[in-house]
Write a protein that binds this ligand. Structure first.
Ligand code: NAP
Ligand code: SF4
Length: 670
């Protein structure tokens, strides 16, 4: 039956034909995402549980993280590989769990090439990548031939392991891209030398895979639609490649945007939702097989819109399925307002993986910890009071209600969200509002007694069995002479709109919030075309890789960002997103001052000493972003047991990831 709300998204689709044809129950693909669980055989049960929960949540097709076809193709030393029967046997645990839960799963085969973080890495040439310390060795002609066959053997092993399909990773700048682009392939044998010969490697990979697995087994190929690096492919080459691959046996094209070394953000929160959909639509005009859209699609509404417009046949969402395993089931039940939406922060997923930690999710700390962080239904019908509705308190209240406790949530302000509410005012962080929508809706559905505009007292808490205090933080106002000057405002005043700064602003403190506030102050309105222009994204039909000269920004204010440290500003920001925030500061001509001592603030502006020299930064407004202090008055005055969580517990390095995790964990242990 056609779904009334998402008729295209929830419509089944059959991939391939014959006995191995795969019918998916809907068009939602959980895109490949390396979690770190792939790399250790002893984590196979955790990996199975992670996928099983998503299969139970209704997703059409799951694609695993990348498995190397050879050791030299590893992402890092001893990383995941699919190279022998023992590996295939072990994976039966994963495929069995997904099938038992009614789902379908594909294994991704990925050769890291020069992105391999180890000394054995190999590539089309010996050119080092700008994002890894290891120089690869250039493959011999025989090595290339062997590697193409190794890909095919991995594909065959995946089929043996019970996978319903495979995905060959041909995007994001990994080995296959390194063969395709003149940037990285300067060979003069049959695997390079001209655009046509550079395509030979991926086409052979697909041809040999098809030969080993027969006509019907679905082969997904993830094609790079836009390399976003100099010396990348042109659109003409991409289209020609797609046709060759289709002829060699590709069943479905998944799509990728940008090599990992590209200096254009492609998936983080500041990238407009659905930014890349038109490129998938362009590929769809070229090929006859189904195509799958990807990148910055995080709601069922947007996914439906893309399919309804005929721009794609399937939609891939990786991080959104980390954030909410039941994404599809909720859409199906018309409970999309209960979806825990991925806010594209990368903080607990990609930042973890690139730091060699297991992935999880900022808004869903159970992701990849399904067997460890379990919210069991409670057998004791206790009452729980949660004081403070920032991220920690919201997570605690919702988790406690999910376990079956009777929960009362006290919040002294009329709005829920605490510091998180401020964050969503930052340009490019609008998605953060969805986290508050999610929590607010879950509180309603779970019938939590929410008391807004209510400052809880010790007396109010007396009758509760359990008390959780998450009273949060307040901005720190450092003891600088003149801190009471009328030109001084806290970041909270500025982001909430209570204070509108003048045209020239000094920002004190260059942590995450100082950077965010500088972006907020300099930001000009931009639509998708402006965004593309500011990042220098052009038409790959006109320039190889799709890069063009960036259009300068016109900052709304003149901002000077100041810190006491002498390290580069923004160095402590997220591993996979910090570079983009630093780039925006530069584009917005924010003046950066490090190693400053604050002397005073007066009518002239902010007086500082830098390198022993006194100077005045002449400004209309000084915005203080000097961290926070815990608000703990209530907790300190309680004469009963209580759990202290979030910023009220530790203000230093306060962040929503730790707050939500702590709020969930404290409740799991009640
Ligand atoms: P923060 O990262 O701790 O930065 C506050 C800065 O204020 C410090 O780096 C410090 O720099 C300065 N400072 C501290 N005490 C001071 C004093 N007494 N006088 C003058 N300056 C002082 O805190 P935040 O910026 O408020 O951010 C809070 C948390 O939110 C972060 O830990 C982060 O996890 C999260 N967050 C992250 C992002 C992001 O990644 N994009 C964005 C927003 C928030 P100096 O000592 O060098 O002056
Ligand atoms: Fe999305 Fe952030 Fe969770 Fe990653 S950590 S899945 S980006 S919400």
């Amino acid at each position: 039956m056609t779904h009334p709300r998402y008729p295209h998204l929830l419509e089944p689709i059959t991939l391939g034909s014959g006995p191995d044809a795969l019918t998916l129950r809907n068009r939602v693909v959980m895109g490949s995402m390396h979690t770190g669980l792939e790399d250790h055989p002893w984590d196979i049960d955790k990996l199975a549980a992670f996928f099983e929960e998503r299969a139970r949540g209704g997703v059409g097709l799951i694609i695993t993280g990348g498995y190397a076809p050879t050791k030299r193709g590893w992402l890092k030393p001893f990383a995941s590989e699919m190279t022998n029967r023992l590996h295939a046997k072990r994976h039966e645990r994963v495929t069995g769990a997904v099938h038992d839960a009614g789902g379908a799963i594909a294994l991704q085969v990925l050769h890291a090439g020069r992105y391999g973080y180890h000394p054995l890495s190999q590539s089309a040439s010996d050119k080092k990548s700008p994002i890894t310390p290891f120089k690869p060795s250039a493959m011999s002609t025989k090595d290339v031939d062997h590697t193409a066959t190794a890909f095919a053997k991995s594909v065959a092993l995946a089929r043996k392991a019970g996978y319903d399909a495979v995905e060959i990773m041909g995007s994001e700048g990994y080995l296959i891209n390194q063969f395709l682009a003149a940037r990285t392939n300067d060979r003069d044998d049959q695997w390079g030398g001209s655009a046509a010969r550079r395509m030979h490697f991926p086409v052979e990979v697909v041809r040999r895979s098809r030969e080993l697995v027969g006509d019907d087994f679905p082969i997904v190929y993830r094609i790079s639609l836009l390399d976003l690096v100099e010396g990348g492919q042109t659109w003409e080459e991409t289209a020609e490649l797609a046709l060759h691959l289709q002829a060699a046996g590709v069943t479905v094209f998944n799509t990728g945007i940008g090599w990992h070394e590209a200096r254009v953000p492609t998936i983080i929160t500041q990238v407009p939702r659905g930014a890349w959909r038109s490129y998938t639509a362009r590929l769809k005009q070229v090929v006859d097989v189904p195509v799958c859209a990807s990148n910055r699609i995080n709601t069922p509404e947007l996914a439906e819109e893309i399919l309804a417009a005929g721009e794609a046949d399937l939609v891939s969402m990786a991080r959104p399925l980390l954030a909410d395993a039941a994404f599809v089931a909720k859409a199906m039940d018309e409970r999309a307002d209960e979806i825990n939406t991925c806010i594209a922060c990368n903080q607990a997923c990609l930042d973890h993986v690139f730091s060699n930690e297991r992935a999880s999710c900022l808004v869903n700390p159970r992701a990849c910890h399904e067997t460890e962080l379990v919210l069991m239904p409670t057998l004791r019908k206790q009452t729980v009071a949660v004081v403070g509705a920032g991220p920690a308190g919201l997570a605690a209240a919702v988790s406690a209600a999910e376990r079956g406790f009777a929960v009362t949530l006290f919040e002294k302000s009329p709005e829920l969200g605490g510091q998180f509410r401020l964050a969503m005012a930052v340009p490019g962080k609008e998605d953060f509002a969805d986290t508050l929508r999610y929590f607010t809706r879950r509180l309603e559905v779970l019938d939590v007694d929410v008391r807004r505009s209510t400052e809880a007292t010790a007396d109010d808490l007396a009758g509760f069995d359990q008390v959780i205090v998450s009273t949060g933080v307040e901005p720190r106002m450092p003891a600088i002479p003149g801190i009471d000057h009328p030109s001084v405002a806290s970041y909270a005043d500025v982001l909430s709109g209570a204070v509108v700064p003048g045209k020239r602003v000094a920002v004190i403190g260059a942590g995450g919030i100082g950077v965010d506030v500088s972006v907020f102050l300099t930001h000009e309105e931009e639509d998708l075309d402006d965004w593309m222009a500011h990042w220098g994204v052009g038409d790959p039909a006109l320039t190889a890789g799709g890069l063009t000269e960036a259009k300068p920004r016109t900052p709304a204010r003149e901002v000077t960002l100041v810190q006491r440290k002498t390290t580069p500003i923004g160095i402590g920001l997220g591993k996979t997103s910090g570079w983009a925030h630093r780039a925006v500061l530069k584009q917005s001509r924010v003046t950066q001052v490090s190693g400053a001592t604050y002397d005073r603030i007066d009518d002239e502006g902010l007086h500082v000493t830098v390198d022993g020299e006194r100077r005045v930064i002449e400004v209309d407004t000084v915005v203080v972003c000097a961290g926070q202090e815990s608000v703990r008055g209530l907790y300190d005055g309680l004469d009963r047991d209580a759990h202290l969580i979030g910023g009220a517990d530790v203000a230093a390095e306060l962040d929503a990831k730790r707050a939500i995790k702590q709020g969930t964990e404290v409740v799991a242990a009640l």
